[in-house]
Design a protein around this ligand. Structure first.
Ligand code: FMN
Length: 145
């Protein structure tokens, strides 16, 4: 079955003092809802921005994306790419989250500041690769738990 993998970036509107709690709440909801919708993916929070990959059946990805886009905990949502894929990159995760990761901030800003979608492909590939590497590093620890 062909699946859709969608990558977006956005700017957080969350007050810094509340960030840990608010993001933990998002991750908890995502874990629960995504499992029910057969969606998998990964979320990065830098403190200023989010990057998220959602993968699964096209209809489920698009429906969830509509509700995520309406969420006031972030704004300036930029859908970086929507790719048909044959298999999932995050099949172990309903929503992988690895705590606050600051060093990807530069890659996210590059994407936001690049007006033409075709020019974003280098940064989007890099960001996808980094997010996948994070998940691969974290899975063995969880499996061993
Ligand atoms: C950056 C960000 C990422 C989110 N990711 C997900 C997600 O992967 N799955 C999910 O169910 N909700 C996610 N949410 C929460 C949704 O926007 C929404 O609050 C949730 O789906 C409940 O929607 P409802 O109130 O319309 O039922 C995310 C919110 C934000 C701000």
């Amino acid at each position: 079955m062909t699946l859709l993998s969608l990558l977006y970036v956005s700017r957080s509107t969350i007050d810094a003092a509340l960030a840990e709690t608010v993001v933990a709440d998002i991750v908890e909801t995502a874990g629960r809802v995504n499992l029910a919708l057969e969606l998998t993916g990964a979320l990065i929070f830098t403190g200023a921005h989010f990057a998220q990959i959602l993968e699964g059946p096209t209809g489920a990805v698009d429906t969830l994306m509509t509700s995520i886009a309406a969420d006031t905990r972030h704004r300036n949502i930029l859908i970086v790419d929507r790719l048909p894929v044959q298999s999932r990159s995050f099949d172990q995760w309903s929503m992988a989250y690895f705590g606050r990761v600051r060093f990807v901030e530069r890659h996210i800003t590059d994407l936001i500041e690049t007006p033409s979608s075709s020019d974003r492909s280098h940064s989007s590939k890099l960001l996808r690769k980094l997010m996948h590497e994070f998940s691969v590093q974290h899975v063995p620890a969880l499996r061993g738990a």
